[in-house]
Design a binder for this molecule. Structure first.
Ligand code: UDP
Ligand code: MG
Length: 316
């Protein structure tokens, strides 16, 4: 099979018939063999019965229904697991992304060696309260991930080589960072394609303002897990040791200062009378705690079933 289109959706009943029709027209025009996987993320409207109807009409359509709303990442994750096409395309259900982009996306993955092609909504049809924070978000993500050629990490329209979706795991709200996750997994040919973007036709956005806070926290987690997930002590250890040593040497300094004052017969200050002493105490305690956190994290990762999971590209 050439293409799997994975569509996560939550309360998008009105859009589905139009969306699947449009996808089908593009696929037929280009002679692709394809499937459309509609992942119903616990919709409370009639989305699921619409999906059942569509499935009746077209054998290429299949549906997966969550018992409750788990979020877009979870929906993508199960969609990825089910996908069988050589190229996997994800798109939003709300008709903001255009299926007309599919042939070019496919060509880039299939014939131009891309592991992942991310859409770039160069001209966006979203409210300004969303576009400005998004610019900031993308700049921070670029800086932290080193993926400098992407303008728009969170575009719902993306294309993947099959290998990519079968080797990465998306959970929580990590769908914003799939290019970063893919890069950490060792897929380095990450490209961008300018895509058409439309205003939402039916329904309303499913993400509130909380998206930016959560998005930032997720970025920190991804960065940490990607870099230190398999060796947490290398993160906590150095900071802990440095903090401990700073505190330790300040204490030594304070004590020796007092002893020298006594020896020379001049007036001395008690160590506990010096503000610096409390700082050094704090530094020693924080240092010890960080170090112990490192040990505990090592013990945890040693017990994890993931500890020897590596991305093997090929064996001959
Ligand atoms: N979505 C989902 N589960 C959720 C929230 C959203 O599957 O909990 C889907 C939603 O139906 C849509 C896509 O994710 O197909 C993008 O959501 P939306 O259009 O609301 O986001 P926005 O375009 O405002 O960023
Ligand atoms: Mg949308």
């Amino acid at each position: 099979m050439d293409i799997s289109v994975v569509v996560p959706l939550y309360n998008e009943a009105e859009s589905l018939p139009e969306l699947t029709d449009w996808i089908r027209r593009v696929m037929v025009a280009h002679n692709f063999s394809y499937e459309i996987i509609l992942v119903d993320d616990g919709s409370k409207d009639t989305s699921w019965s619409v999906i059942l109807d569509l499935k009746q009409q077209h054998e290429q359509i299949s549906g997966i229904k969550f018992r409750r709303n788990y979020g877009k990442s979870a929906a993508l994750n199960v969609g990825f697991a089910a996908a069988q096409g050589e190229v996997v395309i994800t798109m939003d259900a709300d008709l903001q992304d255009s299926p007309d982009e599919i042939p070019e996306l496919y060509d880039r993955v299939m014939n131009q060696g891309a592991d992942l092609v991310s859409g770039w909504k160069q001209k966006r049809y979203d409210p300004i309260t969303k576009t400005i924070p998004t610019k900031l978000f993308n700049a921070v993500t670029r800086a932290m991930s080193g993926i400098n050629n992407l303008h728009d990490f969170n575009c719902g329209l993306k294309a993947y080589k099959k290998d990519v979706v079968k080797s990465i795991e998306v959970y929580g709200e990590m769908h914003r960072y799939i290019p970063v996750i893919a890069k950490w997994a060792g897929f380095s040919n990450i490209q961008e394609q300018v895509v058409q973007h439309y205003p939402r036709k039916y329904g309303t956005t499913k993400f509130g303002a909380g998206r930016f806070v959560k998005g930032f926290l997720d970025l920190m987690s991804i960065f940490f897990v990607g870099k230190f997930g398999k060796r947490p002590m290398h993160f906590f250890g150095p900071i802990g040791v440095i903090s401990f040593l700073i505190g330790f040497f300040i204490t030594i300094y304070l004590i020796s200062e007092k002893l020298m004052s006594i020896a020379s017969g001049s007036v001395y200050r008690n160590v506990t009378d010096q503000p610096l002493f409390y700082l050094s105490l704090l530094a020693i305690m924080i240092g010890t705690q960080l170090f112990l956190t490192g040990f505990i994290a090592e013990l945890l990762s040693r017990n994890s079933s993931e500890r020897n999971k590596y991305q093997i590209e090929r064996v001959v």
